[in-house]
Design a protein around this ligand. Structure first.
Ligand SMILES: NC(=O)c1ccc[n+]([C@@H]2O[C@H](COP(=O)([O-])OP(=O)(O)OC[C@H]3O[C@@H](n4cnc5c(N)ncnc54)[C@H](O)[C@@H]3O)[C@@H](O)[C@H]2O)c1
Length: 247
């Protein structure tokens, strides 16, 4: 028996990377999963791996930045799964460039997916959580939202926004026993970071006290804790998972 037996977890951007690791960690502890990514076929690998763990998995193609797509998806998930207990807002992108070169489109795309997407999915499930008088919301922020980074003003703003959003929602929903926390990963080995130069990698590593990059599983472990009953008295917090980079 896992601790998350009979729980349904919805994870956005769960087709690969950190989102997939989160889905597998929650499934390994007993949760059934609603896997959301841009296209249903992006969800196939994660669904297969969840099923291999003996849990159920449903695939949904949705663009988190579009209200109609999010609402339609949440309606389908509720019809298929009956309820949602855990929402993980993980879908996110980068479009890095220096401020003076950044286009309005680069700004809008990152804010729309990272911040508005988190708002839209949280809003679409808030009524359910309030009705249930339970629910766990975990938003994936970033240490860049805490300390900033040259070349990432759009991303930093979106992730700082996610943190402010998390704390406000935590206050709004606390009276119904719904918690809302954020996990702020540091430098995690995924496709998002695979393109970085060796020089930049070494530079970043020099600032990581634990002297290694994080794995998607490192992030998933923190999300699992915040989504569990063990974290019932924790809300509005930002848990950094960064090898000690920001302290
Ligand atoms: N990798 C890192 O070092 C790192 C560090 C800090 C924070 N994060 C955050 O972790 C989260 C996951 O990052 P990752 O490294 O696994 O990235 P990734 O690019 O490997 O995966 C992101 C997933 O989100 C999906 N996605 C993108 N836009 C979407 C949209 N509009 N609607 C639905 N799905 C969409 C993609 O298809 C992809 O499957 C992001 O929010 C990212 O900002 C990552």
């Amino acid at each position: 028996m896992g601790n998350l037996n009979n729980k349904i977890a919805l994870i956005t951007g769960a087709g690969r990377g950190i989102g997939q690791a989160i889905a597998l960690k929650l499934a390994a502890d007993g949760a059934d999963t609603a896997i959301v990514d841009l296209k249903p076929e992006f969800c196939a690998e994660t669904c297969e791996k969840v099923r291999a763990l003996g849990r159920r998995a449903w695939a949904y193609g949705a663009d988190v930045s579009k209200a109609a797509s999010v609402e339609e998806t949440v309606a389908k998930v509720l019809a298929d799964c009956g309820k949602v207990d855990i929402l993980v807002n993980n879908a996110g992108i980068t479009k890095d460039t220096l401020l003076m070169r950044m286009s309005e489109a680069d700004w809008d795309a990152v804010l729309d997916i990272n911040l508005k997407g988190t708002f839209l999915f949280t809003k679409a499930l808030a009524r359910e959580f309030v009705k249930q008088r339970s629910g766990r919301i975990v938003n994936i922020a970033s240490v860049i939202g805490l300390v900033g980074n040259a070349g990432q003003c759009n991303y930093g703003a979106s992730k700082a926004g996610v943190i402010g959003f998390t704390k406000s929602v935590a206050r709004e929903l606390a009276s119904r026993s719904v918690t809302c926390n954020a996990v702020a990963p540091g430098f995690i080995e995924t496709k998002m970071t695979a393109g970085l130069s060796e020089e930049l990698r070494q530079k970043m590593m020099a600032n990581i006290p634990l002297r290694r990059l994080g794995s998607p599983e490192d992030v998933a472990n923190a999300v699992h804790f915040l989504a569990s009953d063990q974290a019932a008295y924790i809300t509005g917090q930002v848990l950094t998972v960064d090898g000690g980079m920001v302290m």
